[in-house]
Design a protein around this ligand. Structure first.
Ligand SMILES: C[S@@+](CC[C@H](N)C(=O)[O-])C[C@H]1O[C@@H](n2cnc3c(N)ncnc32)[C@H](O)[C@@H]1O
Ligand code: SF4
Length: 333
């Protein structure tokens, strides 16, 4: 699928829940979150059908996300079916990592289970190695569980494990180097992510915003000049650098300050309540659940996808003071 701005769409991010066992300050505020009603959420069967439609239109990569996808009941059965959907060659999962070391009924860890199901990669969020700060930012005391989750993912043998850390000025700036060391010791690919205005939250202020440029300079104070690697790309918009005198690269994801951020965008998003979104940073979304539940044929759903791709904007609206109507937790990061 190609849009009007030269984007070739091959990647669908699929949120399967708006629920989460954490309360990250930049994503979901406090305890007053109103969950979507169960009947308003796509069933796994419906989600699989839509992934199949996307697969028939050239989407080859899927990332399952949320909310916290591993909190949804039945998720392991779903994850075991998705890699078999025709057209897909790469299925990944984004998780906060808190549940990866959990033991399933057969004694294997959730991470082992997911790997055996055919999920190729996991992205795990970790903003700090400081347990007290972790609890402060996520609202939960799960730091040890995440570290165990990372070890479980390593033991499970995924082809790719990435660590994602959201940058917060004056809050986790002193964690950049420890996170780099942590990633190197485990041979994990670490990426630093700029805060995006995707929550109606007070954390998302100028004061808390740390640009990737600033973060890079902080890292360079310790490691020296980072060596750009323009030729290295993963599936997303990160730019990568090599750390001098080390076999380690790190990534920076700068939706706010990287003016080329949207040029290589290859993504569509499916929210857990059945909306197709052509761009995370735009209020545009299209309800595909309703026509599907009213009996739309596969061909009609395919046309729906193509129409949404037609509407994909050239770039996101974050820099034009986009005020999100939905929080990240509901869109699926
Ligand atoms: C919404 S979460 C969903 C998956 C899973 N619960 C997790 O935390 O990885 C996906 C990613 O979005 C990031 N995220 C959430 N809110 C954000 C914000 N306001 N700005 C930048 N990244 C954000 C999280 O740090 C996480 O890496
Ligand atoms: S970033 Fe992930 S772990 Fe944190 S509240 Fe959002 S969905 Fe939950």
């Amino acid at each position: 699928m190609d849009d009007q701005h030269g984007h070739h769409i091959s990647y669908l991010r699929v949120s399967i829940t708006d629920r989460c066992n954490e309360r990250c300050a930049y994503c979901m505020p406090g305890e007053l979150h109103e969950w979507l009603p169960r009947e308003g959420i796509l069933t796994f069967e419906e989600t699989e059908r839509l992934i199949g439609i996307a697969g028939s239109l050239g989407v080859s990569k899927i990332r399952i996300t949320g909310g916290e996808p591993l909190t949804r009941r039945g998720v392991l059965g779903f994850l075991a079916r998705v890699p078999g959907i025709p057209g897909l060659d790469d299925v990944g999962l984004s998780t906060n990592g808190t549940l990866l070391a959990r033991r399933e009924a057969d004694g294997r860890t959730t991470a082992d289970w997911i790997r055996a199901a055919g999920v190729r990669s996991v992205n795990i969020s970790l903003d700090t190695l400081d347990p007290a700060f972790y609890a402060q930012i996520t609202g939960r005391d799960f730091h040890t569980a995440v570290l165990e989750g990372i070890e479980a993912a390593l033991a499970a043998g995924f082809s790719s494990i990435k660590l994602n850390a959201v940058l917060m000025r004056g809050r986790n700036e002193d964690q950049l180097v420890p996170l780099i060391e942590f990633a190197q010791e485990r041979n994990l690919l670490l990426r630093f992510i700029e805060l995006m205005p995707v929550s109606t939250n007070d954390v998302l202020t100028e004061e808390n915003f740390l640009s990737i440029g600033h973060a890079r300079r902080r890292v360079e104070e310790t490691f020296g000049h980072l060596i750009p690697e323009p030729g290295f790309r993963t599936n997303g918009p990160a730019t990568y650098y090599q750390i001098p005198r080390r076999q380690q690269r790190i990534g920076f994801i700068g939706a706010m300050t990287n003016l080329h951020f949207c040029e290589t965008c290859n993504k569509l998003r499916l929210t857990c309540d059945g909306k197709l979104r052509p761009c995370l940073g735009s209020a545009l979304e299209f309800d595909i659940m309703q026509p599907m539940r009213e009996g739309a044929s596969d061909e009609e759903l395919r046309r729906f996808f193509l129409n949404v791709v037609e509407r994909k904007p050239a770039q996101h609206d974050f820099r034009e003071n986009y005020q999100p109507g939905r929080k990240m937790i509901a869109i699926g990061g």
